[in-house]
Design a protein around this ligand. Structure first.
Ligand SMILES: [Zn+2]
Length: 326
């Protein structure tokens, strides 16, 4: 089975009913060899409603959605797939309000659906970046216009490394012309930068940054070659090196968050960053292929109570007003 649709109506035609969706998910998840999600034993018995584990001690019954983001959902797989298609094919993302209107569910239901799609899109085993690698940081969020003038954050980098609590710092690392890794952080300090670089960049890479003094540590070790592009003096290319890849990503992320989502709480910001990074990192393949790649990553549940674990903070996130249908 191979999905090859180019529009939402084609997607919905392709997934004509639940049985087609289930077969498709089975194929993408297990590649023809179903496995018990509880014990891992393969080739379970088929039952009327799904599977029964072949292992005598386990013997559990399960359906193809157990252990996936769709587990226990009252939303049909057909609708789920439509949401996944909309989310992965819209360059700047799609808001819960828009999904709610287009697919006839409440905004709150759409919000929870989309956060589970973000869980699918999260890179569970991020690969290391290497070669020419750009590092930069930015600040996201905060509604400046709602604040009294003297409480507005100074533009750019605050002395504390945190832009006066109104915006959330985000670090980004990008291979020139390649993939990005994006991390929401509490602080912009050398320590944070070092940790993120250690976790995501291979030694001997050429690191490209702007002139911010925090990144001077990259010049002091033999671990990396460090190239500085001094934006403050109007320099945007230095010997062919630049930070355009990460800056292009920032502009996409910010246009999406301001234009589509309007407001994102710091608590959920990492999930939105994961969504944008997943689309960015698969930008060279077709919408249908990106959809299929996402479905292959359906494993892993995200429960509503875990999603809103820090309760109040989620309220600033795409402000909602509806009824939840899980
Ligand atoms: Zn089992």
């Amino acid at each position: 089975m191979e999905a090859n649709f180019k529009t939402l109506p084609e997607c919905l035609d392709y997934f004509s009913d639940e049985e087609v969706c289930r077969q498709y998910l089975e194929h993408q998840r297990w590649g023809g060899t179903p496995a018990c999600p509880f014990c891992g034993v393969i080739n379970p018995y088929r039952t009327n409603r799904g599977f029964k584990c072949r292992d005598k001690q386990c013997g559990k019954k399960f359906s193809v959605t157990v252990g996936t983001v769709y587990e226990n959902s009252k939303i049909s797989l057909r609708l789920w797939f439509a949401v996944i298609y909309l989310c992965t094919s819209s360059k700047k993302g799609i808001s819960s309000h828009q999904v709610g209107r287009q697919l006839g569910v409440t905004q709150k239901t759409a919000w929870f659906l989309l956060h589970r799609v973000r869980e699918m899109l999260r890179d569970k085993a991020p690969q290391m970046l290497k070669g020419i690698v750009q590092v930069d940081e930015t600040y996201v969020g905060g509604l400046e216009r709602n604040k009294h003038l003297n409480k507005r954050a100074a533009k750019g980098r605050g002395e504390s490394g945190k832009a006066n609590d109104t915006k959330t710092p985000v670090f980004g690392i990008a291979e020139t012309g390649g993939k990005v890794v994006v991390k929401v952080s509490d602080w912009v300090t050398k320590k944070e930068a070092q940790e993120i670089i250690k976790r995501h960049v291979e030694d001997k890479s050429t690191m490209v940054t702007d002139g911010y003094s925090m990144y001077a540590f990259l010049s002091k070790k033999n671990q990396f070659k460090h190239v500085v592009v001094d934006h403050s003096h109007g320099q945007y290319v230095n010997g062919g090196f630049h930070t355009n890849s990460i800056e292009n990503f920032w502009s996409l992320l910010k246009r999406g968050i301001i234009g589509i989502f309007h407001q994102v709480s710091p608590w959920h910001l990492q999930r939105y960053c994961d969504e944008f990074a997943a689309r960015f990192n698969s930008r060279k393949i077709s919408d249908a292929d990106r959809f299929e790649l996402s479905i292959k990553n359906s494993n892993g549940r995200l429960k509503y109570n875990d999603l809103i674990a820090q309760g109040k903070e989620s309220k600033g996130d795409e402000p909602d007003n509806g009824i939840l249908i899980e």
